[in-house]
Design a protein around this ligand. Sequence first.
Ligand code: C2E
Ligand code: MG
Ligand code: MG
Ligand code: MG
Length: 292
Amino acid sequence: LAKERGRNTYQFFSAELKSKAHEMLTLESALRQAIQQEQLRVHYQPQYSLTRRKPVGLEALVRWEHPERGLISPADFIPLAEETGLIIPIGEWVLRTACRQHKKWLDQGMRPLRLAVNLSRRQFRQNNLIEMIGEILDESGLPPELLELEITESSIMNDVENAIGTMHALREMGVHLAIDDFGSGYSSLSCLKQFPISKLKIDQSFVRDLTSVAGDAAITHAIIDLARNLKLEVVAEGIETREQMRFLKKNGCHHGQGFLFSKPLPVKKIAVLVQNWVPRFGFGRRMMPALS
Ligand code: C2E
Ligand code: MG
Ligand code: MG
Ligand code: MG
């Protein structure tokens, strides 16, 4: 009996595994098509100065507009893209699209906000990275100092020597670097001071329970202090409540990003905001909750 049950269990798992593998293959070929058929979109999420009460940047975030399944979140396809190498063409497309769009907004009179673009671990290690970014900057006409590339601790720590070389090459081009999801990965604090980075982004897992979990408040506080001592900018991600914002502001966090201010938005909606950000129109108050 036990043997039979064992076999059934085996068959069950085997069938499940097969369908999982099948699902991945289907997703992979659909993702290949998505690139060719231009189903990818870039949305933009504003980043705000918590002290100056105005937007200071936009983060480009990719989405997949699936003809049947609707808008698919990057969490559901970036890991597969990373595994299959599809992240290379996808990442290049996102970077090119975002740089062109940002230049267009600048030409339309937008204040010179920073444009943040995510680079995955595989992209960060791709051997033509510097050439690719240089070419996109030239072609789009975006000033390099307005571009900020977000990389994670794991992209760097995997091969610190090479990573430092790549980071210096990017800095020499004028591009800024930020460490995304800081605190959630593993990074050596002694290495951190050698990195030519401009910014730490506090991982949203700490921000989420900032006002309820003492440990998270302490970690957030420590990251802000670390950034200040290393003379780096610091941004908190995933700010959803005024309480979180007040805590961050009080503790000296420079910038914030989160649903409290705005979700990532499609180009059309950002364009409306951008109009309000032109100095002669003043700051769009509607967008920014009172900071007190
Ligand atoms: P990330 O770079 O850490 O981006 C921040 C994520 O937090 C975004 O999720 C954003 O929508 C979400 N977020 C922002 N504010 C809040 C908030 O207040 N509450 C909550 N719950 N979430 C908030 P999204 O757009 O789903 O992206 C997920 C991840 O996918 C990104 O995390 C990034 O690692 C990756 N990703 C997105 N676009 C790209 C891309 O173009 N290239 C690469 N390589 N990775 C990307
Ligand atoms: Mg990011
Ligand atoms: Mg992040
Ligand atoms: Mg993340």
